[in-house]
Design a protein around this ligand. Structure first.
Ligand code: DX5
Ligand code: ZN
Length: 221
């Protein structure tokens, strides 16, 4: 994962064409992104199902982008190693789903993978206060996880301010859900530096132009 200190636009494949994922990744790479966001859903932690390690392992053969995997799954500790073996570079797990978060973070680091922790819109920042400093990234969900193209939740986004206070400048603070050129200035002001965008990138015909519009709104181009 790129070291904290830069603002990164991270396209989420949830709105991409799942039959052409390798091409989709090549397009956003050509537009200059360093990282892509892989949304993993198990139909249990969230009411939707996407992809798992076999698909990611194949994608790894077609892309050298940093794979930022967002595990919206129950019992992430049971599956994390399989995702690392499939080639992800970062694993973000939900605090609501992890039994022993410290142990999971320790294992991820041992396996050479960075660790992120995330919290749902209704989960207070308090829930991650202790373990956030052990992570490489904190993800603040700005929609209820499970689906793309939902509306940005301004109250959830405000938690970024508190999270940034806790983690300081050396840990990434990612936002996910409803991120687009209109909502980006707010999350940047709150202290986010890692901007996941699904529909705003893959929901448009011209991915490079969409990424550029988000970058402009973030003040980085
Ligand atoms: C939602 C996922 C998001 C999703 C965001 O559960 O975690 O990563 O792709 O989609 P947009 O950017 O369309 O709100
Ligand atoms: Zn996500």
């Amino acid at each position: 994962m790129p070291k904290a200190g830069t603002v990164e636009v991270v396209p989420s494949i949830l709105s991409a064409d799942f039959a052409k994922l390798a091409d989709e990744l090549a397009q956003v790479k050509a537009a200059g992104v360093k990282m892509v966001h892989l949304d993993v859903m198990d139909g249990h932690f969230v009411p939707n199902i996407t992809i798992g390690p076999p698909v990611i392992a194949k994608l790894r053969q077609h892309s050298d982008l940093v794979f930022d995997s967002h595990l919206m799954i129950t019992a992430p500790e049971l599956y994390a190693e399989q995702f690392v073996e499939a080639g992800v570079n970062n694993i973000t797990f939900h605090i609501e789903a992890a039994k022993e978060p410290e142990k999971l973070i320790e294992n991820l680091h041992k396996w050479g993978c960075t660790a992120g922790v995330t919290l749902n819109p209704d989960t207070p920042v308090e829930a991650i206060r202790k373990i956030a400093p052990l992570c490489d990234m904190v993800l603040v969900m700005t929609v209820e996880p499970g689906f793309g193209a939902q509306e940005f939740m301004p109250e959830a986004a405000k938690k970024v301010i508190e999270v940034r206070k806790i983690v300081g400048p050396d840990i990434r603070v990612e936002v996910d859900g409803g991120i687009n050129p209109e909502t980006v200035p707010t999350v940047i002001r709150y202290g986010a530096d890692t901007l996941v965008a699904g529909n705003a990138v893959f929901g448009t015909g011209d991915r490079a132009a969409a990424i550029e519009a988000i970058r402009k709104a973030a003040g980085i181009s």
